[in-house]
Ligand binder design. Sequence first.
Ligand SMILES: Nc1ncnc2c1ncn2[C@@H]1O[C@H](COP(=O)(O)OP(=O)(O)OP(=O)(O)O)[C@@H](O)[C@H]1O
Length: 256
Amino acid sequence: MTEPARDGLKKPPVIELRKVSRIYRTETVMTYALHDMDLILEGGEYVALMGRSGSGKTTLLAILGLLDEPSGGEYLLAGQSLRGLSEDRRARVRNAHIGFVFQSFNLIGDLSVQDNVALPLVYRGGIAGAQRQRQARALLEEVGMAHRARHYPNQLSGGEAQRVAIARALVTDPQLILADEPTGNLDTVSAEAVMGLLDTAHRNRGATILMATHDAHYASRAQRVIHLVDGKVTDKPEQADRNLAQGGRLERSVPR
Ligand SMILES: Nc1ncnc2c1ncn2[C@@H]1O[C@H](COP(=O)(O)OP(=O)(O)OP(=O)(O)O)[C@@H](O)[C@H]1O
């Protein structure tokens, strides 16, 4: 069901989370990786996501990217509630609206660089092979990797692999780009190049970007920084230190 725009004129935010939780259960302990999280990202925003290791950044990106489901609460993408969608429908929404960039690139080893970039268009369906290859080639040119189109991922440096991964993320022209530590495995020169590509994607394509990073320097390139502490958004990141001193994130024993 589509929700009405909030003031009748503005579009709904690209992302809205309402009291979203993600609980991991083991035999003895329940961990609240996300805890009643409220979050709004407007269309075209470039937002950095910071927080200590274990604060919930990857869990949040996985839920926003429809790779995982909340244990409770509601996720609205462009005003559309995603509750109760079938796996097939989730895959379609993911393919139509979301591009991913991971720390470890996640390219497919036995596909050429150009076929890796074309792959989201294969999943989309209905696009002829020659057209897919043309679009992939255009994206490789955009990220300065066309000269490696026929190479394979294991023949690339880390910086090159991440540029290819960004081309793959952009080939479907997604509304939302989720990046999980995109510079985490890169030297500073490659990291700068990757950050430049994200800046360009934001500026020229109007994409909404949410980028998890441990690096305050790269976070400062975003328009806004969100801090996570124990699975919640906070505007007081120094709270993380106090919570840690008091025993860390919310965990409960599973009742027997
Ligand atoms: N599959 C799982 N089973 C149980 N607990 C999990 C699982 N995945 C994550 N967690 C817990 O959920 C919490 C959040 O993890 P998450 O990976 O989202 O943190 P993060 O902020 O991305 O950390 P990092 O910066 O180290 O990548 C952590 O306490 C983690 O131990």
